[in-house]
Write a protein that binds this ligand. Structure first.
Ligand code: ATP
Ligand code: ATP
Lengths: 217, 217
C-alpha cells in the first residue's frame, strides 16, 4: 500500500482522501479549517490543521516519504501556487495539482508538476458525452479516434446476432465481450444471439461506432 | 442532432455547453452574469442573461422543446432548487442537476430529477483510482466487481506472450484487444507476443486483476 498527502479538503480533496484511505492507503489530510479536519480525523491516518503557504509547516510534515502529494486548494490560486513552490523546494517529486483556470494551468505547467487535474471541466466533457450518446454507459479512449464502449442491449436488439448488428461496420467495429447476468463471454463468435439486458463491449473508430448508433437506441 | 439548455455557466456548465455545441448540438446557455454570457455568445446557438429563479423568464425560453435541461448552478443551492421546481412546473421531463452537497442531493432526489451529477466527488474517486492503480490508464466498470481496463505494456512485459502474462489468472482475466501503433488486434490468441508500447485491454473480476498488478508495473 502507498502513502498520500492531500492538501485542501474541499469536495474534490475530501473525496480523494477518503477513497484512497478506503483502498487501504496511508493518507494524511491537511487543511487550514478546523471544522474540515474534525470531519475526517477518524477516517484518515493523520489529519492536520495547517496553513500550507508556510514552508516551515510543510517541512515538518516530511512529505518526501509520500508517494504523491496532491494540492487540491481551489479558490485561492495564490495559496495553491505558493504551496507547489514550497513542495518543489522541499524536493517533493510527485505533485498532482487541481487547477481552477486556464491561467492556473499554464503557471502549473511552467512549474513542472507531475499532473494537473481539472475536475469540473473533465466532468463537463463526460456529461456532454453521456447526453450526446445516451446508449453508451461507459467508454475508454484508445487514441487515434478509437474507443472501447459499453452498451446495454435494448429490447429491439433481442434476437439479433452479432453478425447482424455489425454487418455495416464489418472489420471496423468488433464485439470484444458480452456480459450476461453475472457471466462474462469474451471474444463471442459472430452467431452469438443478443438478449435484452446483455452488456456489449464494442471497439472501433469513432465514425464506424457512430454508424451503429441508431441500431443501439 | 439534439437540443440542450444549460443553466449556470461555471466551469462545469460552460465546458458542458461548449462540448455539446462542438458535437453539433443546438445549445442555449443561460446565466445571470453578463460577462459569462458575452464569453460564450459566439460559440452557442443562443445565450441568454437571465435570473432563473424567475419562473416567467424560464417560461419564455420554451424549454419543453429541449431534449434535456441541465441545471449547473453551484454555490447558490436555493437558486438551483427553485429553478428545478419551476422546470418541473413547466412540465420539463429530462432535468439533470449538478449537486453541491449531500443535502442538495437528497432534496433533488425527492424532487425526482432525471440525473444528479457530483463533478468534484466523481473526479475525486477517479483520481484516487489513478493514484492507486498507476498502470491502469482508463477503465470501465461492468458491475459485480468486474472491470475492463486499459494497460500500456511496460518494458518488462516485452517478449512475454499473453499466455505467460495471464498464467496465474487463467479463465478469470481475458485479453480482449491489443492496440499496437494505430492498429487494433481484437481477440488476440494466447501466443501473441507483447511489445513495449502495446496497449492491452483486459477484463475480469477485481481480485484477479489485482493479482496481475505487480507484473504490469
Ligand atoms: N493556505 C491554505 N492552507 C491549507 N488549506 C487551505 C488553504 N487555502 C485553502 N485551503 C483549503 O482548501 C480546501 C479547498 O479549497 P476550496 O474550497 O477553495 O476549493 P474548491 O475548488 O471550492 O473545492 P471543491 O470544488 O473541491 O469543493 C478548503 O477546505 C480550504 O480550507
Ligand atoms: N439565479 C441564477 N440565474 C442564472 N444563473 C445563475 C444564478 N445563480 C447562479 N448562476 C450562475 O451559475 C454559474 C455557476 O455557479 P457557481 O459558480 O456558483 O457554481 P460552481 O459550482 O462554483 O461552478 P463550477 O464549479 O462549475 O465552476 C455562475 O456563472 C452563476 O453566475
Amino acid at each position: 500500500m502507498a502513502q498520500y498527502a492531500i492538501i485542501g479538503l474541499g469536495r474534490f480533496g475530501m473525496t480523494l482522501a477518503l477513497q484512497l484511505a478506503k483502498m487501504g492507503n496511508d493518507v494524511i489530510g491537511v487543511d487550514n479549517e478546523r471544522k474540515v479536519i474534525e470531519r475526517v480525523a477518524n477516517s484518515l491516518s493523520h489529519a492536520m490543521i495547517a496553513d500550507v503557504t508556510d514552508e516551515g509547516v510543510l517541512k515538518e510534515l516530511s512529505l518526501d516519504y509520500y508517494d504523491a502529494v496532491v494540492v487540491a486548494i481551489g479558490e485561492d490560486m495564490q495559496a495553491s501556487l505558493i504551496c507547489v513552490v514550497h513542495l518543489k523546494n522541499l524536493g517533493i517529486k510527485n505533485i498532482w495539482v487541481k487547477a481552477t483556470t486556464e491561467e492556473h494551468h499554464l503557471i502549473l505547467k511552467s512549474l513542472d508538476v507531475s499532473r494537473i487535474i481539472h475536475p469540473e471541466e473533465e466532468m463537463g466533457i463526460r456529461t456532454a458525452r453521456a447526453l450526446h450518446y445516451p446508449m453508451v454507459r461507459e467508454y475508454m479512449t484508445l487514441g487515434d479516434r478509437q474507443y472501447v464502449v459499453e452498451i446495454p442491449a435494448v429490447e429491439k436488439l433481442s434476437g439479433s446476432s452479432l453478425a447482424d448488428l455489425l454487418s455495416e461496420v464489418k472489420n471496423q467495429v468488433f464485439c470484444l465481450l458480452i456480459k450476461r447476468r453475472e457471466k462474462l463471454y469474451p471474444s463471442p463468435h459472430e452467431q452469438f444471439v443478443i438478449e435484452c439486458g446483455d452488456v456489449l463491449i464494442l471497439a472501433g473508430d469513432r465514425p464506424s461506432l457512430t454508424k451503429l448508433v441508431p441500431r443501439l437506441m
